[in-house]
Design a protein around this ligand. Structure first.
Ligand code: G3H
Ligand code: 13P
Ligand code: ZN
Length: 339
């Protein structure tokens, strides 16, 4: 099966009324954990690669690792997605590398920190859509900004998405998926108290879904930061502060109102860190790295399996046949939204 496009898997998720986890990967163990989870629960999956991941692993490594995983799991629709492209050139480079989906994050300027204005966002996003759709590649855009800055993809200020502007933005750019800002942020430190219904602006998701029922929404910063993982890390010598993530019930509410892509990076990092710390403590005389990386890979897999079940994507891998980029390009060329 070829690598799938974001457009196809999200269209199918909309038909089935579920969300798909988009899990960040930086190395082989994460790719194997994520795709292994998808195989175990028979879920479509989005593996996303940030600029940081590309620079850590080397540009070619990530796409080859994900292609290797796809060869080992031919029955699973797997999207290879660029997370938070900072400028059109980064997206074009990812497309050249074989990514089937890119995010043009024009909500921030190319420094990844300064909020941009609406006109800039439309211009860069549309430029990427025009080029990407010709090749059948999907594009995610973002309107509004997230709060966190700890990962370098955030302004530190929250600008929630304006539903009226979302309608204009989707119309003006032709994006396949729209990341919305509803008060989440990247990283482990999202909230200092358990977020109640008022902290996240879930009503915006409902409003946007009413205005744009055909648009697939994306929730960034959707790690739930399980207390159990924080406790295990600290019990094994870590020093994480008290923190709360996004409750899974809020994500499920979003999925009922048009959220189709759910971005999860931090939960995988926490699971890996807990497993590594425990394995290192348990085997002080051990020096074979496989003794540490094996439980880390399994921890990534377990957290992904849990999210796949919670987002409702488990069991849907075999619902459809993945279509090629060439076929997608033809569809864009024949459709009214083609750029
Ligand atoms: O959105 C951000 C992701 O968590 C990726 O973070 O740039 O540290 O790889 P990173
Ligand atoms: P988390 O830090 O909550 O996992 O968010 C990841 C994300 O949004 C990647 O784009
Ligand atoms: Zn993000």
């Amino acid at each position: 099966m070829p690598l799938a496009t974001l457009r196809q898997v999200l269209d199918e998720a909309a038909k089935g009324g579920y969300g798909i986890g988009a899990f960040n990967a930086n190395n082989m163990e994460q790719v194997q954990g994520i795709v292994g989870a998808a195989q175990e629960v028979q879920s479509p999956v989005i593996v996303q690669v940030s600029r940081g991941a590309l620079s850590y692993a080397g540009k070619n490594y990530m796409q080859h690792l994900i292609r290797a995983a796809a060869e080992s799991a031919p029955e699973i629709p797997i999207v290879l997605h660029l997370d938070h492209g900072d400028k059109p050139e980064t997206c074009f480079e990812a497309i050249e590398l074989g990514f089937t989906s890119v995010m043009m994050d024009g909500s921030l300027l190319a420094d990844g920190k300064t909020p941009s204005d609406y006109e800039y966002n439309v211009a860069v996003t549309r430029e990427v859509v025009e080029a990407a759709h010709k090749k059948g590649v999907s594009v995610e855009g973002e309107l509004g900004t997230l709060g966190g800055i700890e990962d370098g993809h955030g302004s530190g200020e929250v600008h929630l998405t304006d539903p009226e502007q979302a309608v204009e933005f989707v119309e003006a750019t032709g994006v396949d998926a729209l990341a919305v800002a509803i008060g989440t942020s990247h990283g482990a430190y999202k909230f200092t108290a358990k977020p109640t219904g008022d902290v996240l602006a879930m009503h915006l998701i409902e409003e946007i879904h009413q205005k744009l029922p055909e648009t697939h929404m994306v929730m960034h910063g959707s790690s739930s930061v399980p207390q159990e993982l924080v406790d295990r890390i600290n019990a094994a010598g870590g020093k994480l502060e008290a923190t709360y993530g996004v409750p899974v019930s809020e994500i499920q509410q979003g999925i009922r109102h048009g959220v189709r892509k759910v971005n999860v990076d931090t939960d995988g990092r926490l699971a890996i860190t807990a497993a590594l710390r425990e394995a290192l403590n348990a085997g002080p005389s051990e020096f074979d790295p496989r003794a540490f990386f094996k439980p880390a890979r399994e921890a990534q897999k377990q957290v992904c399996m849990e999210r796949m079940r919670q987002f409702g994507s488990a069991g849907h891998a075999g619902d459809y046949k993945v279509i090629t980029l060439e076929e997608m390009a033809k569809r864009y060329a024949g459709s009214a939204v083609a750029a």
